[in-house]
Each structure stands twice: as C-alpha cells, then as structure tokens.
Design a protein around this ligand. Structure first.
Ligand code: 16G
Ligand code: ZN
Length: 534
C-alpha cells in the first residue's frame, strides 16, 4: 500500500512555502491551492474511519459563504458532528508534510493512534456547486483508493445534508436510526415532520428565499415537492438567486453573509413591505431572516432572533406539555450575540444562556449539556438539539388534556424537523415558518420582541494575528499584555458599552466587535478599540 499512496500522492504535490491549517471550518482557501490538502484529508478520513472501527466518515468540499474561486474541505464524524478536535491537528500535520514524507507520516499516525490497518475504512462525500469541486473530488478519491477505503459519492449536497447522511449511514438498522440513507430520505423526513408540526396552520403570505446562487437553490426546489402546499397547512415559498450555472454569481450580492454584513436585502429581492424574506449561504448551513418595515426600513432577524424565537416557542410547548420541571432548556450563544438578545432570554424567557467561543463545534457541544439546547451564532448558523431524556419524555408522557396532547405532538414533530447534527438552513427555515404560523406572527411582531443594541463589527489587518490570545469564551484578551486593560478603559466610557477583539479563525485578521446605546457610540467604540489592537 505504501507504494500506492506514494504514487497517488505524487500526482497531488504540495505547493512549496505554504502552511495549511485545519481552521474553524476545516481547510479553506483559493481552490487552486487545495489539491494536495484534499488528497491528504482523504488519507486522514480513511485513518479516522479505521480508528472508529470502520464507522463511516463524511467529507464535505465547500467554501460556504466565501467567493466562488475559493474552496474548502472538512470532515464529519460518525454521528454527523464536527471532527473531534485532536484530529484537526493530525489533519494539519499531514497537510503540511513534505511530499516525500507523506507515507511516513501516514504510517506514524497509524502507529501513534493504534489504528488497525485491517479494519475497513468507509467514507462518504459531497460537494457544493463550485466549478473547482469535481477536480478536488479526484484528489479525494485518489487518496481513498490508495488508502484502501470504500467510498460513496453523493455528488452535490448542502453541507447539512451530508451531515444527515453520515449519521443515517452509521445508525442504519439500529434503534437510533436517524432516517433513510438517501437524499430523498432527507426530504421525506423534513416534509413529514413539517406537516405534523404545522397541524394545518398557514403562514400569512409567501416567504422569499434567497439561495445565494448556491447548492441550496436546487435542493430547496426539490424539498418543495415534499412539503404540504399553501392551502392545506403549508408555506408558500418564492425562490430567488438560484442560478448555479454561472459560478461567478455564487454568494455575489446575495446570501446570508451579504445580508448580515451589509445589513441590507440582496438587490435582486423584490419582496415588498412587511414581507418575510430569508437568505441562505453558499452551502445552506446558515440562514438570516429580514423584512422591510415601512416605518423603520430594513430589519434584520438574525441568528440571535431565530434562537430566541425557537427558545420561547419550545419553552411554551414544554410548559403546556407539563414537562418544564423535568427538562433543562437553555440557549448557547457566542460573544457576537447582541446583548439585548441575551438579556431577553435570561430576563423575559427566564432561561439560562451559555457563551462559548466562535465555531459550531463549541456551541453544539455546549448545547448537548441541556435537554433542549438551542444554539445559534448571530451569523445564522445554529440548530436545536434534544437529549435522549427529552426524546423519551415527548414520546412517553401521558397527556392529561387535549392541549397537552397537542403540545407533545408538536414537540415530537420538532425533533424530526430540526436537524440534530448541525445547523441546517432548510430545516431552520421550516422551523421559523412553523413558529410564525403557530403564533400568527408577521415579521414585525417577531422583530418587536426586543430591540437590538446598535453594534459594529470591524476587520482589522494586523502583522500577526496569532499573538492575540483570548479567554472567557473570547470575550477577554490575555495577550498581547495590557491590551485588554485599554479596551476595558474605553468600554467604561460608553453607556451599555461592550467590546472584544479576537483573531479570526478563517481569515488573516483580527475582528473587533462593539455595541453601545447609540449607533454613533457603537461605531466610535469599535474604531477606538481597533486603534488599540492595530
Ligand atoms: C466558520 C464557522 C462559523 C463561524 C465562522 C467565524 C463552522 C461550521 N463555521 O465559518 O461558525 O461563525 O467560522 O469566522 O463552525 P471567523 O473566525 O473568521 O470570525
Ligand atoms: Zn455555510
């Protein structure tokens, strides 16, 4: 096998003088630089599968909300969760090995991790719509073949669909079975759960869905075939930005990241006043809602809003079902969550909030500590996870009244509707639509639940971002020394001021976030902190 790996590896040489790092969302960069990285990640996927006794590992080739010329790769663990931390480091090691050292390092990882060469290795993979995808898939399959792994190509999928399929593959035929192991199985599961959750209710008017000209477009069009139609308890969906043929349109002037950072609707949107709109990102794992308020203009309903909406709805259902004393419900956020949303969850909803560092893996992990863990990043990536105890309670509790029975049914439906593996824009959209239908809310009513504090996010170019070390879920800098004290002194001068700086995990920069009582003060604080950091 060594000769085979070497020969295959030689077809995918590493660019010299490049250092790669498995970051917050795997490896991500210009697609032209990725060939050797993808090959080596393929080797890691085979090792990981063998280490886990032949369980199937997922590989996703995507660069999410980044420009069309970028691409990336990440690994998915057997239950559909993000790759275990220690393996990020192994991936990084192998990605940076000299060409001539690849085989030696592969073997040394095998030895260090006590991996049995004879255990089968199984991998499934998919990609988004980027033109560089097919070529990178060749690098991946060259590695899988050389490493003697079995593999299945799911072609084009959203990232959350690949997470779903990974979990389904590993639980097939067990009591934990997560669904049929096919793309169709995914749509069927969501479609049925949505009909059960909606209970014949209807949302008012259509929702316009901006698909970022990415893989979410064709996949949403497919999902629509499985959803109840508007008249019998469903939702009317208008798809825009679903051009996947012209690559240059991907994430261009549209998509969740555009809307969140530019704080405006995509120019192509024709949605009128008070009409619900949402935007997915390029691989459909993030979603942001928004609408035009005739009095106040563009209104963003971001990940914090979705989290608070979901927490309030599920909290009410748990109370109605007579389960609120047995189940621990909580919300997980990052430092980017608007302070007003945190206050709303703690004070108005009376639920605990936990703050973790940026990156889905941290939030997801913290959310699993609750029976119902709602987690969302402000940028729109999130989901709700249910503990085994919660699932059991929803299915075994004897209802004492028709209202209790109804609440239990809705809770059961939600556990199938909400993707348990990772944030999923399509599933989250159906969740939001369900809640708005149940509450008979327009986006305006949703928006009125609390008022966001004005905030500003600034990207600061620095000499070396690696000198910025944080603690307290990235809310405080421990290094460079003395910088945090300067930030604290600035923050103290602003009413409702809060600010922090952290090194980006995806770009070569430091991000500064600030919020304060007014727009101009938030801007002022962000700029002053940026000067300190620079
Ligand atoms: C990645 C993360 C996302 C996070 C973002 C932060 C995953 C799947 N994705 O895209 O959750 O918000 O990085 O980027 O974990 P930053 O470190 O550059 O601010
Ligand atoms: Zn994404």
């Amino acid at each position: 096998m060594d000769a085979q790996i070497l020969a295959a590896s030689n077809k995918h040489p590493k660019p010299v003088d490049r250092v790669f790092q498995y970051g917050t969302a795997g490896f991500r960069m210009k697609a032209t630089l990725l060939d050797s990285v993808v090959f080596r990640v393929g080797l890691v996927a085979a090792l990981r599968s063998r280490k886990l006794g032949g369980q199937t590992i997922g590989v996703m080739i995507t660069a999410s909300h980044n420009p069309p010329e970028d691409n990336g790769i990440k690994l998915v663990d057997p239950m559909g969760e993000m790759l275990e931390n220690s393996w990020e480091a192994y991936s990084t090691e192998l990605a940076n090995a000299k060409d001539e050292d690849v085989v030696t390092m592969y073997r040394s990882l095998e030895e260090r991790l006590k991996i049995n060469k004879d255990t089968p290795a199984r991998v499934i993979y998919a990609r988004d719509t980027r033109p560089s995808g097919p070529k990178l898939v060749t690098a991946l399959t060259d590695a899988l073949t050389a490493a003697g792994a079995e593999f299945t190509d799911y072609k084009l999928l959203t990232t959350p669909q690949l997470h779903y399929l990974t979990r389904c593959t590993n639980t097939e035929g067990t009591p934990q079975s997560y669904g049929d192991v096919s793309e169709k199985g995914y749509y069927e599961k969501l479609g049925k759960a949505f009909a059960r959750a909606m209970k014949g209710k209807k949302t008012a008017g259509a929702v316009t869905v901006d698909c970022a000209n990415g893989v979410g477009g064709p996949k949403l069009a497919e999902l629509l075939k499985y959803l109840p139609k508007g008249s019998d308890g469903g939702v009317e969906i208008k798809i825009i930005n679903d051009d996947v043929l012209r690559a240059e349109n991907l994430n261009h002037e549209c998509g969740a990241d555009f809307v969140k950072t530019k704080q405006r609707a995509p120019p192509s949107s024709k949605a009128g006043n008070n009409e619900r709109s949402c935007s997915l990102d390029g691989d459909a794992d993030r979603i942001i809602y928004y609408f035009i308020d005739p009095d106040h203009g563009f209104r963003l309903l971001d990940g914090d809003r979705i989290a608070t909406l979901a927490a309030s709805f599920i909290g009410d259902l748990a109370r109605e079902a007579g389960l609120s004393s047995e189940l621990k419900i909580g919300v997980v956020q990052t430092a980017y969550a608007n302070g007003a949303s945190t206050k709303y969850v703690e004070k108005t909803l009376g639920l605990p909030v936990v703050c973790t560092p940026t990156g889905v893996k941290w939030l997801h992990h913290a959310a699993t500590k609750f029976d119902v863990g709602v987690y969302f990043e402000a940028n729109g990536h999130g989901t709700v996870v249910f503990s085994q105890q919660a699932l059991k309670a929803f299915h075994t509790k004897e209802p004492q009244s028709p209202a209790q029975a109804s609440a239990l049914e809705t809770l059961q439906a939600l556990t199938d509707l909400i993707n348990q593996t990772v944030g999923d824009a399509l599933s989250d959209m159906l969740l939001v639509e369900t809640i708005l239908a149940h509450k008979s809310w327009t986006p305006k009513e949703w928006d009125l639940t609390y008022t966001d504090l004005p905030n500003r996010l600034v990207r600061v170019e620095v000499g070396n971002r690696n000198i910025f070390k944080t603690t307290d879920a990235e809310r405080k800098l421990v290094e460079p020394q003395g910088v945090q004290a300067q930030i604290d002194a600035l923050v103290a001068k602003f009413k409702d001021g809060r600010s922090f700086a952290r090194a980006s995990g995806t770009e070569d920069a430091v991000r500064v976030y600030a919020e304060a009582a007014t727009r101009s003060e938030a801007d002022d604080l962000a700029n002053k902190v940026s000067v300190v950091v620079k």
